[in-house]
Design a protein around this ligand. Sequence first.
Ligand code: FAD
Length: 386
Amino acid sequence: MVNHSEHNFDYAIVGGGLFGAAAARHLGYQGHDVLVFAPEEPQERTTHEGVFASHYDEARITRMLDADEIWSELAKASINRYQQIEIDSGINFHHIAQYLFLTHTEDDSFNSNIDVAKAHNIDFDLLDSSSLTEQMPFLQVAADEKGLLEPSPAGYVNPRAFLRAQLKCALDSGVQIENEIVNEVVETSNGVKIETAEGNQYFASKVLLTTGIHTNHLLNSPLDLYIQGRMVVFAKLSDSLTKSLSKMPSISHHPVNRVDTYLLPPVKYPDGSTYVKIGVHNSERILKSDREIREWFRNGTDEQEKEIAYQSIIELIPSLEGQPIHAETCAYTMTATGHPYIGMLSSRIGVAVGGNGMGAKSSDEIGRLGTAILQGEKIDKRFNPI
Ligand SMILES: Cc1cc2nc3c(=O)[nH]c(=O)nc-3n(C[C@H](O)[C@H](O)[C@H](O)COP(=O)(O)OP(=O)(O)OC[C@H]3O[C@@H](n4cnc5c(N)ncnc54)[C@H](O)[C@@H]3O)c2cc1C
């Protein structure tokens, strides 16, 4: 147990996930004295006793197209900085693959996507089912479906690599990184005391909580957010399938049967195999406590959802029928507003949380806004935490 009261950091970031690492880089680049608490990804989930996070994967869709202008703006600002972060860190995390929003003709969000794209100068091609089939013969597109195809730099980011890149930049600019779990954050008359699970104490003038799914655990007055337990299903590809799907974009699919899904193109995973990943948006599995969150990450599974994901994937990409599949668990931090909460909760403690299942691509701007509110800047009221 160590009391670090001799050192008062300008800022401490609690939670070195995608939002926190971005905030740490921005503050580090501004020359501040910064400490970030960034527990590492568990090596063995089933026995892990610590915190979990939403970024344990190799691919997250990146796109500017969105039915919601705030999310579109956050993505645009972040994507515009990817290249510089890759150069500064020497770590590649951004993969160009295009993005396809594929939907049935009755879907209102189609027009909202177009309106936002036009208002924000986002490039896209509008494709009917026959042009889609011609350009992407591996997709089985229904006659009443149509698509918006967003060109480069849309595609996907590798969230683990993105995180490493942000933390490397932060470290290089003098940010101190500790992998301890924070148990308590207490505002004092002249700063904030941070106590970790090991019993160590650290001190900072201001603190930003970027603790994702575990945020309410650290707050006396919980924020209006909820945690959704999610599953992703992976179809393993043979070499020939990897080749035939090499032009596959990242996809959001809203079919007429209302089982909305998203798919990632072939991505090589650390086990050496290549997979197409699918996530289904039809479950309302709310995890009500930290214990339930941990249990879901450790042992969660849902055979019915796995089957729905499999049926959805082979309906859209019939060549994947019969491929070996496996599922993994994850969780979203969902806010009541549908936008991230970025704001001060008191004069010294702020938050930047609430990826709502789509925060990875936009994490650099969300982290930057977190640093802005710490420094007293006013930002769009629609980010106000409630
Ligand atoms: C299945 C799935 C698919 C997704 N797909 C996409 C996608 O295609 N595109 C996209 O843009 N986004 C996607 N997302 C969302 C994206 O991954 C999240 O929005 C993003 O990871 C949120 O970042 P964060 O920093 O808020 O949280 P996290 O990445 O979860 O990071 C929070 C960090 O806080 C740390 N922490 C928590 N409690 C403590 C504590 N007490 N002390 C110290 N540290 C603590 C954790 O260790 C963690 O590192 C997806 C998410 C999931 C689960």
